[in-house]
Design a protein around this ligand. Structure first.
Ligand code: GAR
Length: 223
């Protein structure tokens, strides 16, 4: 049976679309069981049929905890195996994170641990970095600080603007998120004691995508 994915979004949803396309193309053996947003107007929601959409305006709730509880309850109804933040821009509270710990992933547009939080492209340029990229990590209680599973990189070219970096990085994000999601749904990915495990072995540094969009890993046993 296919693994069940819940996807959290706040905006355009190009990473969500990459997952949808990978499922349609049989590169990702999963089923999207719900797309959840803190922004009822998020374009991402339109990428899936209405019955799969859930959204609530976080500003209508008295506090973060109340919104998070409502969101977490809605996600639980969909019974996902994995919860993936794909451009979800609202900070998740501790209770939410604990409820889905170990199966909650996020894609972040920097080479973590560099540039947690916002404006990652501008910060990479300001720092004079020659390489930039994106990371997929387990979500833990500290913002963008959970164990990093995998990264994709791009060069920073003289004269690049933050928008240039964002545009160049996005296709890499799509490949990265799809590849990590496939590891997850294949049962090859786990978090133990704050570390990433692949096939039961601790990962000492993040995986990097090769030029074909794969990780340099042995096929899963039985594959
Ligand atoms: C992506 O670049 C993603 O890495 C970033 O938001 C964008 C969403 O694009 N996420 C974060 O900054 C999370 N801190 P999308 O809506 O087209 O997938």
């Amino acid at each position: 049976m296919n693994s069940r994915l819940a996807i959290l979004v706040s905006g355009r949803g190009s990473n969500l679309q990459a997952l949808i396309d990978a499922i349609a193309g049989s590169q990702l053996h999963a089923e999207i069981v719900g797309v959840f947003s803190d922004k009822p107007g998020a374009a991402a929601l339109q990428r899936v049929p209405a019955p799969l959409r859930w959204a609530a305006d976080a500003r209508q709730f008295p506090n973060r905890m109340e919104f998070d509880r409502c969101l977490a309850d809605a996600i639980s109804v969909a019974e996902p195996d994995w919860v993936i933040c794909a451009g979800y821009m609202r900070i998740l509270g501790v209770d939410f994170i604990r409820r889905f710990a170990g199966r909650l992933l996020n894609i972040h547009p920097s080479l973590l641990p560099k540039y947690r939080g916002l404006h990652t492209h501008a910060r990479a340029i300001e720092a004079g970095d020659t390489e930039h990229g994106a990371s997929v990590h387990f979500v833990t209680e500290e913002l963008d600080a959970g164990a990093v599973i995998a990264q994709a990189t791009i060069p920073v070219i003289a004269g690049d603007t933050p928008d240039d970096l964002a545009v160049r990085l996005l296709p890499q994000e799509h490949r990265l998120l799809t590849a990590v999601a496939q590891l997850a749904v294949a049962g090859r990915l786990a978090e133990r004691d704050g570390n990433v495990e692949i096939d039961g072995h601790r990962l000492f540094q993040p995986l990097r995508l090769d030029c074909e969009g794969n990780f340099p890993l042995r096929p899963a046993s039985g594959a």
